[in-house]
Design a protein around this ligand. Sequence first.
Ligand code: AMP
Ligand code: FES
Ligand code: ZN
Ligand code: ZN
Length: 317
Amino acid sequence: MRCKKCKQTACFQIRRHNAAFCEEHFVEHLQNQVVRAIKKFKMFPRSEKILLAVSGGKDSLALWDMLVDIGYSVDGLYIDLGIPDYSDVSGQKTRNFAEARGLVLHEVSLSRAYGVDIGHIARKNKKPPCSVCGVLKRYVMNTVAERHGYFAVATGHNLDDEAAVLMGNVLNWQTEYLQRQSPLLEAKPGMARKVKPLFRLAERETAAYCVLRGIDYIMHECPMSEDATSFTYKEVLNRLESESPGSKDHFLLGFLRTAPQLFPQDPDDGPDLQACTRCGQLTTTGECGFCRQMARAGLDSLALFHSDTPQERDQHN
Ligand code: AMP
Ligand code: FES
Ligand code: ZN
Ligand code: ZN
């Protein structure tokens, strides 16, 4: 196998693109895919600073590395969910990454603010940890982005994540979710602009990127994650992909091309919003979902942000 670009020996094959690359051109190819995604969906211009939610896993750390290397201005946000062992390791890997590159990292910590973990809040709400965790993460991302004036919030969702979500939404005809499944969600009152610049890259590509760039990431999945169905969808899609390379691309990118005709958006369409009586965040009900969730666990929602300590990291030589 020869590199498509320089004809040297290739180290990585991308079957769905019918191409192979040497190390240097593999990295360049992945970065080009990210730039293409950003430009195609007009996610954010180079002149604006964005906030990247970083979990310490391969996708978000690879994305941070790529965006900074390309020349975008990106600060990180790590949300410490207080999960024993897992959160300590993922937080440390994220901090190490930021420190080594002199990048700004915001940290919001459940355990530092309240001395509890996400499992405690889930039990008090009688809900699975992942659903409680999703509400908390969205709330924290919106609040930090708004307080610090970021243009957009980016996450590390990749092709495999997005294709699996699409499969679930189609199998269950979740039309409301299908309408909102896009790598770009425009800002709305109370909600930051959300972008997913990695949606064209497969999981194994971001993992290989981290290895090539010497990025140390947490390999374990969150131990609280119980979403077995999304693993099943990923497995099914992987089988399709290995029999017919390009299946995931066809499925996801085809949907994204068709979605605007299937679901025309009316900018005036949307529920009536009012300020949450507790925190002021816009919501459809008197008290927002996050404040209610925290109140059920006997916690003051406003105290969480006392631990948002953006830190300018010293530039590494
Ligand atoms: P996941 O749902 O765990 O696959 O994560 C999807 C994306 O959400 C990651 O790529 C990150 O951008 C973001 N994310 C997940 N967990 C955290 C966290 N603890 N702190 C900040 N961002 C996170
Ligand atoms: Fe949300 Fe594990 S990352 S419960
Ligand atoms: Zn090459
Ligand atoms: Zn609230």
